[in-house]
Design a protein around this ligand. Structure first.
Ligand code: PMP
Ligand code: GLN
Length: 385
């Protein structure tokens, strides 16, 4: 009888699934999985509904509908000054997740080394394993979670092929700064490496911070594949409309693999997201400001309850240390939390190759309505103070 291939056996059930089930079992407020309960601007929904009514219910073109590819090109030009040919330098994908897996399968030969910011989103190690590549972790150390130049340089070998960047960063909540991106760019150029960058939280930077795509740095466009998604910006994670863009040779390579994963997806939703990506800046700011307010409800509540708050610069998440509460293992803490407090969170241990020294880090999501976060705050305070 066939069995799960050996190299995938270590993955088991995703931590998001495990903690969501535990939250349901205890009727806990789920601040684990990054599932927003906001709504997109109305036009995003309306255009998708219209597209269903207009009969756009069969396969989309494999590379995505022209309206979406043009909207992505417009978005990159308008927000970042990056010029893309929508015919050859942009493709749609089944969320950022498919784009990530397709790009690693397309660009990583067996035995190639991929430098990944650690802690890392769970898709990355699984995709690298599928490609039979080697994940080389570049540890971001708490509390700052900055990219360290000497450490990065020490990891580059003859077999290094890719650097996988994620900013704003999941799970830490760190926004990778321009000097950090410049360091990565310099190393990539010196060693002729390709960069894959996952920027799904690009519009959600707080306190006046601005997201910078690494593709916009000098000399980087030609060697960077940029991945993003509509799910986080427009609170449409269930639609799974993502995309990848960059120089034609990289987009074509990734598209070659992508066409045999899903071929195409979400035809009517692509119309909705095409409309969303062309909204005026004020709409993007309103989306960011709402999440910023939500962060500003959860973060003080966590501090008040006794957690050491580490980072929440951007994205959906705040990382905390639970050691001050007497826990040295984030798994133990998160398995106990739903029953103890009626709240769920995500342990960061599974996002490390070797979590030594980071075992007590936990991620909370704040992509929930203020009243939900306030209730979570009350529960955490009751449980820990
Ligand atoms: N990358 C990161 C960093 C994420 O947090 C997520 C979350 N879902 C994804 C990729 C996957 O995005 P999508 O849902 O569009 O596949
Ligand atoms: N990206 C989201 C998170 O990090 C959801 C991931 C998932 O459920 N697979 O929470």
């Amino acid at each position: 009888m066939a069995q799960l291939v050996q190299r995938m056996t270590k993955f088991g059930t995703a931590i998001f699934t495990e903690m969501t089930l535990l939250a349901q079992e205890h009727d806990a407020i789920n601040l684990g999985q990054g599932a927003p309960d906001n709504q997109a601007p109305a036009i995003v929904h309306e255009r998708a509904i219209e597209a269903i009514r207009d009969g756009h219910n069969q396969y989309a073109p494999g590379i995505g509908i022209p309206e979406l590819r043009e909207a992505i090109a417009h978005h990159q030009q308008h927000h970042y000054g990056i010029t893309l040919d929508p015919a050859t330098q942009v493709q749609a994908s089944a969320g950022a997740a498919e784009a990530l897996t397709a790009s690693i399968l397309a660009l990583c030969e067996p035995g190639d080394e991929v430098i990944v910011l650690e802690p890392y989103f769970d898709v990355y190690p699984a995709a690298i394993e599928l490609a039979q590549g080697v994940l080389v972790p570049l540890r971001l150390e708490a509390p700052e979670f900055r990219v360290d130049e000497a450490k990065l340089r020490s990891l580059v070998t003859e077999r290094t092929k890719l650097i996988l960047v994620n900013t704003p960063h999941n799970p830490t909540g760190h926004l990778v700064t321009v000097p950090e991106l410049e360091t990565i760019a310099q190393v990539a150029i010196e060693h002729d490496l390709t960069v894959i960058t996952d920027e799904v939280y690009e519009h959600l930077a707080f306190d006046g911070r601005e997201h910078t795509p690494i593709a916009s740095l000098p000399g980087m466009f030609e060697r960077t594949l940029t991945i993003s998604s509509s799910g986080k910006t427009f609170s449409t994670t269930g639609w799974k409309i993502g995309w990848f863009s960059g120089p034609e040779h990289l987009v074509e390579a990734v598209g070659t693999v992508k066409q045999f994963l899903t071929f195409a997806n979400g035809h009517p939703f692509q119309y909705g997201i095409a409309a969303g990506l062309q909204l005026p800046d004020s709409e993007f700011h309103a989306i960011r400001d709402r999440l910023w307010r939500q962060r500003d409800v959860l973060v003080p509540a966590l501090e008040h309850a006794g957690f050491e708050v580490l980072a929440a610069d951007a994205g959906y998440f705040v990382s905390v240390d639970v050691a001050p509460l007497g826990y040295d293992n984030s798994y133990d803490f998160c398995r106990e939390l739903p029953a103890k407090a009626g709240v769920a969170a995500i342990p960061m241990i599974p996002f490390y190759t070797d979590a030594s020294g980071a075992e007590s880090l936990v991620r909370f999501a704040f992509c929930k309505r203020v009243e939900v976060l306030e209730e979570a705050a009350t529960r955490l305070e009751r449980a820990f103070r």
